[in-house]
Design a protein around this ligand. Structure first.
Ligand SMILES: Cc1cc2nc3c(=O)[nH]c(=O)nc-3n(C[C@H](O)[C@H](O)[C@H](O)COP(=O)(O)O)c2cc1C
Ligand SMILES: C=C(O[C@@H]1CC(C(=O)O)=C[C@@H](OP(=O)(O)O)[C@H]1O)C(=O)O
Length: 365
């Protein structure tokens, strides 16, 4: 089912952006897991709308209510259900879109898939708002992974042609992760913050939007996690990452750039480090070979498209008059999705990594 993910850490999401609520049911959290609710709230705030001038002005607190599976500060092992109530809907912004679908958004494809019964208000189930549930499930997964020494970090690699430097393994410390978590624009080279802000402001004034790339890194993984072929670590991560709205590409390690290397350059030559751990000098394969972790960090980049809903006049069709028409999208939209998707991609990654680790444990690994 489209709303379900995972074989071991199983999530099932529901909700609409302008309905009464959205949420997630999680099955597979080990019983007795202590949850740091304040950490989960912080993660929710990182994603929540209306928190900076670079995001949609729709303000939602994204306060979550846990309905089941949690007692006396610990998980019970039975399904943990969570809901967030919507409070700041402005559905009139969407009244024109059933007739005039937005180019780049799911109005036309969703209309066809659901025979016109899809909830158009706030883009319904297609809204980026539904990713609040991923952040919740991911925050729990992150806590479990951290106990095992596994850290997940992300930063904005680029916005249009403004580039941050790449992650190196030594960037992934708890201190650096906390710093990035507290930044509105999480970048490594802080000199580009103002450039990004100006570029977004200028584009918004032009009634347009921007996209960019997010880079992620996962450290602390032992070699041997994952499977070949259809449940490969790359397959599972890609399937999840492409479920995040606005994702248009993913590349592991050197990605498409590996095609410009020779075999000698691309192969990650190996060595024993001073502690006796097997490592590679480079990580062009992004920490995964044969679908299975190598013990090097998992490293990948995600392409996020520019926000579809823009005020600039665009050509579309009018499904009532059956004529070509013009649309100027109204409403409260993100001028750029990239900063808000950073915690979502981290969470999505945490869900997959935990699910794969539990899969290995099932087989006694
Ligand atoms: C956190 C987040 C916020 C988003 N905000 C907006 C928005 O304000 N306006 C918009 O048109 N799309 C926004 N999107 C993207 C749309 O939800 C997405 O483009 C749409 O569902 C179509 O899916 P696709 O782009 O993956 O094909 C957002 C996505 C995320 C993850
Ligand atoms: C509310 C959120 O972001 C929304 C994501 C979104 C979209 O099309 O994806 C469109 C906008 O919805 P609305 O028109 O209701 O303001 C954004 O504000 C959220 O992420 O929590």
């Amino acid at each position: 089912m489209a709303a379900n993910f995972g074989k071991n850490y199983k999530i099932s999401i529901f909700g609409e952006s302008h309905g009464s609520a959205l949420g997630v049911n999680i099955d597979g959290i080990p019983a007795g897991t202590e949850l740091n609710l304040e950490f989960i709230s912080q993660e929710m705030r990182r994603r929540a709308p209306g928190r900076s001038k670079l995001t949609t002005p729709r303000v939602e607190k994204d306060e979550f209510e846990i309905l089941s599976g949690f007692f006396d500060g610990k998980t019970t092992g039975t399904p943990l259900a969570m809901i967030i109530r919507n409070s700041n809907q402005r559905s009139k912004d969407y009244s024109e879109l059933k007739r005039k679908p937005r180019p780049g958004h799911a109005d036309w494809s969703g209309f066809n898939r659901y025979n016109g019964f899809n909830d158009i208000r706030g883009s319904g189930h297609f809204s980026g708002r539904i990713t609040a549930s991923l952040v919740f499930a991911g925050a729990i997964a992150k806590q479990i992974l951290k106990e095992q020494g596994i850290l997940i970090a992300a930063h904005i690699k680029s916005v249009k042609d403004i580039e941050d430097r790449d992650f190196v393994e030594s960037d992934i410390t708890e201190e650096n992760i906390n710093k990035l978590r507290n930044m509105t624009l999480p970048v490594l080279n802080e000199e580009i913050v103002e450039k990004i802000e100006k570029a977004v402001e200028k584009t918004r004034e032009e009634k347009n939007s921007l996209g960019g790339i997010v880079e992620l890194m996962v450290t602390g993984l032992t070699a041997g996690i994952g499977d070949p072929y259809f449940e490969s670590m790359e397959s599972e991560l890609s399937r999840m990452i492409f479920s995040v709205p606005a994702t248009k590409g993913i590349e592991f390690g050197a990605g498409f750039g590996i095609t410009e290397m020779t075999g000698y350059e691309a192969n990650d030559e190996m060595f024993y480090d001073e502690k006796g751990n097997i490592k590679s000098f480079t990580n062009n394969n992004g920490g995964i070979i044969g679908g299975i972790t190598t013990g090097m960090p998992i490293s990948f980049k995600v392409a996020i498209k520019p926000t579809a809903s823009i005020e600039k006049a665009q050509k579309t069709v009018n499904l009532e008059t059956k004529q070509n028409d013009i649309l100027e999208v109204r409403g409260r939209h993100d001028p750029i999705i990239v900063p808000r998707v950073v915690p979502v991609l981290e969470a999505a990654t945490a869900i997959v990594i935990l699910d794969r680790i539990l899969e290995g444990k099932k087989r006694g690994l």
